[in-house]
Design a protein around this ligand. Structure first.
Ligand SMILES: [Zn+2]
Length: 342
């Protein structure tokens, strides 16, 4: 025993001499570091799983992508919301733990919201001045969509005023190039997304490949020239896909990661097998009445609240896709390395 200890010491001394200091040989250190790292990784994963289970994370659940048009004092069509209605829509989202992300973030799978919260995408079509008008000070005019979003965000820390604005050549009613640039740059500088809604808002169904490319490419080039932005998402006018849905995704002047439709259900999570980037459904923002009794925002938000296992709930870590184990068959294969079943 004693002899062994001594020879052990001898070996240590020899090692110390060899490495020129009293530290352990590098190979031992490396092995221990690897063991440590593996243990740490395991502990971190266990902690992540525990947290995901605590908040009942479901990152394969559905995401409401709400579709707004004009925000006007006297709504004239069923697409319009009054400023009061719009504010109430947003306040309900705050109350029910929804946090806005942009459409671009959704399609890129960058859903970075706190644990236990649900993502919502707020989209605005047709670039109407009621969505964005700036006063002489360069501040959003009262009762525009962007002003109301900011009011709600100011009253509820942690809630972000993030919208996706699908722009046509109408450009928020501006015809002068400098003013058009000011609108787009304001959106970009204030955390909103600029999306493509085609130049002339034509129905793309049944049109030639060239016509489709011209309509989408023309506004893409204009947006890029004015604001140095290349939109990564498009909203199809009337929700209609062109004859080949890929025509809306890729063209000489554009390369989209997602194309959005106009109806009528919440959207699958981008990590889910049922997700189709070329046809992502949206929900019209409207009360439960008439045509909207079942398939517009109030009805769907009621449904998602009643069916929490169908709704996207974040685990707070954008680098993982967390979900209850029994949902595993719904995971898209490409996200296997991110997956965190619990
Ligand atoms: Zn439109």
């Amino acid at each position: 025993m004693r002899l062994r200890m001594l020879s052990g010491l001898g070996a240590l001394t020899a090692a110390a001499i060899l490495t020129g200091c009293d530290s352990q040989p590098d190979t031992t250190k490396l092995a221990e570091t690897k063991v440590d790292a593996a243990a740490k990784l395991k502990a971190t994963k266990a902690a992540k799983v525990k947290k995901a289970a605590q908040v009942r994370a479901n990152e394969l659940g559905q995401i409401p992508v709400l579709m707004f048009h004009r925000i006007v004092p006297k709504p004239q069509t069923t697409d319009d919301r009054s400023p009061q209605q719009f504010k109430a829509d947003l306040e309900r989202l705050v109350r029910e733990d929804y946090v806005p992300i942009t459409a671009a973030e959704m399609v890129a799978g960058k859903i970075d919201i706190p644990a236990g919260k649900h993502p919502v995408v707020l989209t605005f079509d047709d670039s109407s001045p009621s969505q964005l008008t700036l006063n002489q000070m360069g501040e959003p005019q009262k009762d525009t969509a962007v002003a109301i979003m900011k009011e709600v965000a100011d009253a509820h820390p942690g809630w972000k005023p993030k919208g996706t604005f699908y722009v046509t050549r109408d450009m928020f009613g501006k015809t002068v190039r400098e003013e058009q640039a000011q609108m787009l740059l304001w959106l970009k500088d204030n955390g909103h997304e600029i999306g493509n809604h085609t130049s002339d808002h034509l129905n793309l169904r049944g049109r030639s490949h060239k016509e489709v490319e011209d309509q989408i490419g023309k506004i893409a080039a204009q947006i890029n020239a004015l604001s140095y932005t290349k939109p990564t998402t498009i909203a199809l006018p009337y929700g209609n896909q062109p004859n080949k849905k890929d025509w809306a995704m890729r063209g000489k002047l554009y390369n989209h990661q997602g194309a959005f439709l106009a109806g009528y259900t919440p959207a699958p999570a981008p990590f889910s097998k049922s997700y189709d980037a070329a046809g992502i459904p949206r929900i019209k923002a409207m009360d439960k009445k008439g045509d909207c009794a079942q398939f517009c925002s109030h009805a769907w938000l009621d449904w998602l609240k009643k069916n929490p296992d169908m709704r996207y709930t974040s685990d707070g870590d954008p680098r993982t896709v967390a979900y209850p184990k029994y949902k595993a068959p719904y995971l898209r294969k490409s996200f296997t390395t991110w997956s965190l079943p619990y």
